[in-house]
Design a protein around this ligand. Sequence first.
Ligand code: ADP
Ligand code: MG
Length: 682
Amino acid sequence: MKSFFTPHQEKLLNKLNIHNWFDLLLHLPVRYEDRTKITNIKELKDNTFSQVLGKVTNVEIIFRGKRNLVVQIEDAYGDQISLRYINFYPNQKAQFEIGKYVLASGNIKKNLISCQIIHPETIVFKTQEVVLPENLTPIYSVTSGLGQKNIYRLINKALDFASSKKLLNFEILNQKSKTDGFNLIDSLCAIHRPSKDSDLQKLNNFSTIFHQHIKYAELLSQQLYLKLSKDEFKNQKSKILNLNNNDLKDDIFNSLPFKLTESQEKVIHEIESDMTSGKAMHRLLQGDVGSGKTIVAVIVSTLILNNKYQVAFMAPTEILANQHFKKIKELFLSTDVRTELLTGSIKGKKRDEIINDIESGKIHYVIGTHALFQDSIKFKKLGLCIIDEQHRFGVKQRLDLMSKGKTDGYQPHLLMMSATPIPRTLSMSYFADLEVSTLSELPKGRVPVVTKLVRDSRRKELMNILKYELENGNQIYWVCPLVEESEKLALSNTVNTYEEFVDFIPKEMVGLIHGRMKDQEKDEVMSNFLEKKIKLLVATTVIEVGVDVPNASFIVIEHAERMGLSQLHQLRGRVGRGAKKSVCILIFKENLSELAKERLKIIYENQDGFLIAENDLKIRGPGEMIGTRQSGIPGLRIANLVEDADLVKEVSDYSEVAIKANKLAAQRFVEIWFQDKNYLRI
Ligand code: ADP
Ligand code: MG
């Protein structure tokens, strides 16, 4: 299916996690806009989405700290609105000739003095006779270089392809009453090309019957995948490992500055008994943020290393892989164990060397990102795969890594770690293929994080207060709003906030980190933060998982109302990692919906990730917020284990029936969903 995109498109699409035609279909609109009508400029309301039509009366580039392109348009009643671009291409100005007509849509910013749209979507016409779209306009999350129009075109191509080849007619879905009457392609069309009369609110909430259908199908694919893999996995053998004479373990123990908690001791014991049982381990280690999972993983690794096998430790982000690498390297410094880092940005000769040394067995412990599963990488004797923050990886990816290590019919052990607070009721059915160990306590001496809610209008005031916190030796994270649709906007938010700070705080004390920076730059910023050279770190949600800077005791999260609760809990978990009293400030926008208020109340009142998840489940309602959809549950793109809890149970039961009734059909469905014929690799 390579010809589906050009190599250039492919590269950009990969950033959005799209790798094939099927992924395109599942790249659902994040919201919709109604561009089928025009509003008079006079009647516009602040903070609403609207579309206006006007004649260009002025175009200029003005300086507001940065160059801004401002286009003034006037409608038939003589009212004016400005269209403002903070990021623009030089040729963008030329298209707005004076006298031409512009159809512009976007979020209206209106107050007593001005009325404007920032970064509107526009179409320029020569005359006033404009053609309005017939359908609602889907808005997708995009990446720079690949805008709304391009992605829309590609998705439509994929829809046509799938329907002409009848690729998505699954009997397995038709057996359920919920999905009666239409097949997957019908639902996808209804979502990607919604007619004018569709229910806009339901579409925006992901709660149409079509969304339900897709969620159902997605959950089913996961359940089938897990259950089919479990069947395969049951009889996998692993080399019996010897527990005795583990000097390495003693070395590590002796170098630890703390004593393990009882809970840590217990799970280490569980994992060790698995690994010496002769069967391949397939275990999930779950424990709330900050419960000390990393050290457990390192300690159990010694058993593998001591038996002359290799260990692969995978983290979802480069920042986290770097952090783990540094810690693990340090821990093994006085031993013969050779540790190495392998991420996507290690290239050229260095990369080749590392790959060779993994293959020849010279490297014993490799820490990395998903770069570890590339085909070019072969292990000499892989004994254990550790997957940190496993919910960030798809089910398929985790199995990919395992298949690498299989030698002489023996399977490496698999240890997955996760802090995703999945309510207990759900984890039973969801982790159908795994054994589960739980870290039930936090290390001693931790002081609970104090959470405060602050209105957006007090943002500036808060920034000034932080100055004093810095003077008192505290380190601070400032997390900028997440913008689902555009990485670029998220970036400009972060950069702007950084600039606001360096206006009144010495520049060398303030750091900036975001996903677009090079690995090395990110690493440098994180090290400077860890070494207390940087005192205040302005960040996107790249710091969300795993980042461990124990001295940081303050975190501010902007637009908290847009984030999922598990994400907020993860972010808050960046502080309170040392003995210092820590504070988490959640900034929210005024006029919150009732549901948003209730959600913030949950995070305000609870510290325990599992309780947060269970409470979230209780108040779950249709008013879903941005962010919760991507709260990071194993490989799920659309369904959400918390919000779709009742579906999970139903799907889980049905998946067993479906496999019994027709295993081949179940396999075919999974193959299409994961676009992989060899999905069962174990
Ligand atoms: P998580 O479970 O979120 O991955 P980490 O493994 O990053 O947590 O551990 C959080 C912090 O707690 C680290 O700085 C780690 O060194 C520290 N830590 C781990 N175990 C203990 C313990 N038993 N006593 C004190 N501190 C610990
Ligand atoms: Mg961690």
